[in-house]
Design a protein around this ligand. Sequence first.
Ligand code: R5P
Length: 304
Amino acid sequence: MIIGGSASQDLASHVAKELGEEICYVETKKFPDGERYLRIDGQIEDEVTVIQSTGYPQDENLMELMFIVSTLKDLGAKKVKVVVPYLGYARQEKRFKDGESVSAKIICNLIEAAGADEFITFNIHEECVLNFFDIPARNLSAMPAIAEYLNKKIFKKSNEKPLIIAPDKGAYGFAQEISEIIGCDCTYLTKVRLGPDKVETRIVDVRCDSESENTVNIDSVKGMHAIIIDDIIATGGTIVNAINILKQYGASAVDVCCVHPILTNNGATRIYAAGAGKIIGTNSLSSDTSRVSLAKSIADALRE
Ligand code: R5P
């Protein structure tokens, strides 16, 4: 039995279809004072999977998830698997300044306390966040789904091989994963974050970086179709910088891929204005750019 929270209804219905499982409906509304009402409309089975991302509005979506999981347990579900394709608050996995809340830890503790027996997410910003759980917790990769989309929709008709670019070293693993599947080269840029919405991007001289045996020099971007891949696009600052460099070095076209298209502060507009052809995100979050479905990856993980 699959339940989709308000933030992941479409994805949940596709996962149910993939698995041939029943979808169970949730009735939710707000009282005049703003408090939430929630009712699970169906006969609860022993094993239930709840799918709900906790992006914007984070607190609303999180509270709804707590209500669903806890109610399922109250109503007799023996095992509740919780799939949170995008886990909000995961970027504060430690105390950067004295006195800060370690939000990621609090969120994991809450999900577990609500009654989750298993947790699944996608490309979580810091994998160590999963250590805050005592229940089994898995971090799936959206890269195979993104690579399949690129192969089918972007490079289907041509033998053209793109160059995969990570906009910072943290994203280089994603670029490697995709380039291995597609069978093309990849490289990365380096990024210095100057503030929440300000980053500076530099070119790496790969010849001086002993860890980058598989990378190609930035000069090879000339005349190539470049695909930028990152886990998250928030304000778009990271991606705009990367596009500017790729254009400067002669890329013939630039498309942008990400797992979690947060796209806040006119992020998408700024990326298109910088010259991107397409922004290709997954449906971990619903947006105009959510072209890649995670339904099959989730269904496969639930079958294991
Ligand atoms: C951070 O390192 C992440 O991988 C992303 O690069 C970052 O969250 C993107 O943020 P923005 O779009 O605001 O530059």
